[in-house]
Design a protein around this ligand. Structure first.
Ligand code: SME
Length: 160
């Protein structure tokens, strides 16, 4: 059994502990899907005010839905389309305070109001993105973006 209880009051401490937990969950496990499944569950459990948390994998030049928590979602996203496709195309984190104001946003869950998408890099290439959605406008701060970047950078090789 895995049991994580991570206090959320201080973002720096929160993301340091989240990275530790993600590292512990994936250590020694070579299966990408198993690792993405457990990391999406960990984030879902640890981070308040989310309505979707999961991965899209880069497969044959497009993003394909991977392990996630939340409502069933769109399966394939072209590179450059939506928030996820933009993160993958530019290899940069996308922090969107109001998804309705993001040109081309793909609405998978009508409840989503803000979104954070972090590209996952391995050997200089985007191999996946981690997508977090919230029903709360402006849910994600720059500290959340930096924190999630640290988490995925730490375990990127285990997600490839
Ligand atoms: N909103 C995303 C699509 C994925 S869902 O939110 C799970 C986008 O615009 O890329």
């Amino acid at each position: 059994m895995y049991s994580f209880s991570i206090p959320t009051d201080d973002p720096e401490a929160f993301y340091a502990e989240l990275a530790e937990a993600a590292d512990a969950l994936t250590a020694g496990e070579p299966d990408t899907i198993a690792n993405m499944a457990n990391v999406s569950a960990l984030i879902w459990q640890a981070m308040p005010r989310l309505n979707w948390a999961g991965f899209y994998r880069m497969i044959d030049g497009e993003l394909v839905l991977g392990p996630f928590q939340g409502k069933a979602a769109c399966i394939r996203i072209a590179i450059g389309k939506g928030v996820c496709g933009t993160a993958a195309a530019d290899a940069t984190t996308q922090l969107v305070d109001d998804v309705h104001a993001f040109p081309g946003h793909i609405a998978c869950d009508a409840d989503s109001r803000s979104e954070l998408v972090v590209p996952i890099m391995c050997d200089g290439a985007v191999i996946a993105v981690l997508d977090l959605d919230s029903p709360e406008p402006g849910r994600f701060a720059p500290a959340d973006a930096r924190g999630i970047e640290q988490v995925v950078a730490r375990i990127a090789a285990r997600l490839a």
